[in-house]
Design a protein. Sequence first.
Length: 130
Amino acid sequence: MNLNLHSKVEIKGHTQNKEKIWEVLHNDVFVIGSKTLDEAEKRLHELDHNGWKYLNLNDANENFKSPINWIATVREMGWEFHGTSIDYCSHGRVFFHGQIAGSSVAFRYLVLDFSVAETIKKAVPEALVR
């Protein structure tokens, strides 16, 4: 997702099934939803911070904001990915998610940069690509 000086980024709130939902939009295209305004603002800040390349969607995995750093740590620790997939979705969004074998550790990243998605695909060849 490329941002330029003419990019329009905003957070919009609306009600869905009697619940308030907050959406981060880029040029009026949905990027990610949030349950609270604070969460949406935090996600927008994180995306701004890394140039709109990726977003860690797992608060329990807060120390690993970058999926590339997460993969490196998994490899260094000798852990194995389990049930891991790379899902290519609409509007250039890619989700990288799964678990670590033999543990309850789960991870989920939103990837908006194609080169980062390709790096993940090469670094985790055991992941199912959809």
